[in-house]
Design a protein around this ligand. Sequence first.
Ligand code: HEM
Length: 468
Amino acid sequence: MDITMAVLLVLVLGLLMVKFALFQPRNPNSPPCISGWIPWLGAAFQFGKAPLEFIEQARIKYGPIFTVFALGNRFTFVTEEEGIEAFLTSKDIDFEQAVQQTVQRTTSVPAEIFHLNHSRLYSMMKGKMGTSRLYLFARTLCQELHEHMDYLGTAGTENLSDLIRSVMYPATVNILFGKDVCPTNKSDIKEFEEHFQKYDEDFEYGSQMPEYFMRKWSKSKKWLLKVLEKVVADAERANPSESNTKTLLQHLLDNLHGKHLAPNYALLLLWASQANAMPVAFWTLAFILSHPSIYKNIMEDLVSVFGKAGKENIEISEDDLKKLILIKWCTLEAIRLRSPGAITKKVVTPIKIQTFTIPAGDMLMLSPYWVHRNPKYFPDPETFKPDRWKEANLEKNAFLDGFVAFGGGKHQCPGRWLAIMEVHMLVVLFLYKYEFILLDPVPKESLLHLVGTQQPMGACRVQYKLRQ
Ligand code: HEM
């Protein structure tokens, strides 16, 4: 390109930017919009650098409803009562349309197949993992957790996240996919886990960027899909006719349109079932171990239910879990404090919230992380206070007002009760069987991702020793 042409191009681009920044038409009823000055990219850089801090700063500066323009999209955040209510209940917004592109980029399920399958698979999962069927998972889960804890030996020092993953990952994969259907035995689990961790780590970027820019991530995704081809074939071959003995994967296969995409759906299920539950287990144990009086009360509860804590392979019933309510409160409190940065729905018909009209096409955003820090719902919000869950009607499966970690309304997470039971049982067994000493302070949350439970910013080593 000759020099005059280059100068001309720069000039035109410059003028476009100035026009974009200064003369953007703004509907007076639209919320304030943070759009940066670069066309299309908008505020992507500032937003992407520290998204959670950006959201809170924007709320302070622009008020409870504001729009962020980035990568050609409008993301409108609602942070207070009326907006939260609209996010959870409005019929003018749509979950499927909001997540379709993420699903396509991360699992290669095309739009038409996704829309064809979504509501049917969602209903199936909601039914199969509902509270009335948790007993079908409880016994096997307990056995699996014992089996994989046995590999830890009698004592050791380990990063708490790794310790939890080494037990929880194979145990929960086995209960959802079938015993040893996925690589979960000691010899081949390592490679599988490494690829899954890479896939999970960059899931959010993978959902935004073309795969071309995500070479390592894409390699892990393809590796997992290849392994899941065999997993799906094995599950299909072993599929029993009796509904209660089928695994969740087998129910999924029975209900799926587009059987050639079964490995892709298995990947989606694998990610959804692992990506949040494991960090939640980490935070729950880390908070308990770093609060001596809570730790002490929990140990007293354990003794009152099972007798003296020790190394035996105790069986835990749903009734036992009900008696160990403080651990459930700790789990919920850990989820509250480390919740996903944002969840999203797409506006399909313009929607009025307070004095603003949010136009169709906007992504409506709710930040569970920040809603859970609103003192109106959670007084003294930064403090780990499991007791606040006394007020929740957990017998009736109701959370506290303002608790939105699992989304809300029609598309709440279908795995929420199973996830809570998994963490509850894991913590019971760990604390019953092992003595722990925290060797590092509990790390801060990384605040770098909007998708999923917050990850710890660094390692947190523990010393563990099997009780006698
Ligand atoms: C503490 C752990 C978990 C957290 C915090 C969590 C959170 C969420 C959230 C926020 C959503 C999106 C809801 C929305 O945007 O309205 C979701 C969806 C989903 N979750 Fe979970 N989840 C957890 C554990 C699990 C587990 C263990 C499973 C499966 C065994 C699971 C399966 C799913 C599925 C399949 C969806 C998609 C629902 C749909 O397509 O409509 N989740 N989860």
